[in-house]
Design a protein around this ligand. Structure first.
Ligand code: NDP
Ligand code: OXD
Length: 310
């Protein structure tokens, strides 16, 4: 009988709950939790999030690396990533729904001045303001999550523009693709939302060149990765009023260091990488299904294209 071994390599979390959920799917699974790897020759399938660089090349029989989230930049940043191993990621409607609610919540909060009123309240200040009128949102990234956010915001009455790598035809979304059309995509938007994967092409894409192209007073939401944002350029464009504000969920260094200027910036609203959180039940189902696919020589779900990096 084929050995039934899965390695959980999640150094930043206690994996007990997740391990139980996998075991519930098949009590015969031999589930190992890093660093208690046992015989490295047994490891064909590993679930990872922010693994130590160089770790994966130690497993001579590794066939599949399953990301414990939607993003895979944490895998590709390992310079010693073994070649010829299939990489998969999570795609599920709970991730897309949470992200849609997060983005809508942030936009509505800004539009209706809700945080500002909370600050006024602290000073017992009665000072009504008009809701902001701008309702055009540009989504950078029209993948699984971007498409869901687009549909959700459409239902709320927003006008949606979207930018992707390849051309797309999406109902009620004005689409743009490729580097040359980035300025046209963002040009007219009141809200710019980064929902891109972090790759060599998208690193630092949120920089002064982009901010110069946006409408004065636009609002930035970064839920992609911290590596998308040039932090100094953001500070500069907030200082000059080119951007009205920014809501950031992801950072170059996480947790955000205590002395980081973003914590105290009046026009930056930040959340601790919680825009959309992996649902353990759904992750366990999808990861176990792919484990079975691997064993049965069936195509794996949600494969990543290493040549694109996402
Ligand atoms: P997908 O791979 O489904 O979509 C990626 C999108 O980005 C696609 O539309 C793709 O274009 C586009 N894209 C990639 N590279 C470029 C480029 N160089 N130029 C233009 N467009 C590009 O990913 P998901 O939607 O599932 O997830 C997106 C990202 O969201 C994740 O990689 C992760 O970083 C982030 N995320 C953040 C979370 C949080 O809590 N903050 C939670 C979950 C995800 P095309 O369609 O043409 O291929
Ligand atoms: C993800 C994330 O990529 O949590 O799933 O950021």
């Amino acid at each position: 009988m084929h050995a039934m071994t899965i390695l959980i390599l999640l150094p930043e979390r206690d994996a007990t709950d997740f391990s139980l959920l996998l075991a519930a799917r098949n009590p015969n699974l031999d589930i190992r939790t890093w660093p208690d790897v046992g015989d490295i020759n047994d490891i064909e399938y590993v679930i990872v999030w922010n693994h130590p660089a160089g770790e994966l090349k130690k497993y001579p029989n590794l066939k599949v690396i399953a990301s414990f989230g939607a993003g895979v930049d944490h895998i590709f940043k390992d310079p010693d990533l073994p070649a010829n191993v299939t990489i998969t990621r999570l795609v599920d409607d709970s991730l897309t729904q949470q992200m849609s609610e997060y983005v809508a919540g942030v936009i509505l909060n800004h539009r209706l001045h809700l945080t500002t009123y909370r600050e006024f309240q602290a000073a017992a200040l009665w000072s009504p303001k008009h809701a902001r009128s701008g309702n055009t949102v540009c989504l950078l990234g029209l993948g699984k999550i971007g498409l869901s956010v687009a549909a959700y915001l459409n239902r709320l009455g927003f006008t949606i523009r979207g930018w992707s790598q390849s051309p797309k035809d999406i109902e009620n979304v004005k689409t743009f693709h490729g580097e040359q059309s980035l300025s046209d995509a963002v040009g007219n938007a009141d809200y710019i939302v980064c929902l891109l994967p972090l790759t060599t092409e998208t690193e630092n894409i949120l920089d002064k060149d982009l901010f110069r192209k946006v409408k004065k007073g636009a609002y930035l939401i970064n839920v992609g990765r911290g590596g998308h944002l040039n932090e100094e350029d953001l500070m500069d464009s907030l200082y000059h009023g080119q951007l009205d504000g920014a809501c950031l969920d992801v950072f170059k260094t996480e947790p955000l260091p205590d002395d980081h200027a973003f914590w105290r910036h009046p026009n930056i609203h930040l959340t601790p990488h919680t825009a959309s959180v992996t649902n353990l039940e759904k992750a366990a189902s999808q990861i176990y299904e792919n484990y079975q696919n691997m064993n049965n020589n069936k195509p794996l779900l949600n494969r990543v294209d290493p040549s694109k990096g996402y």
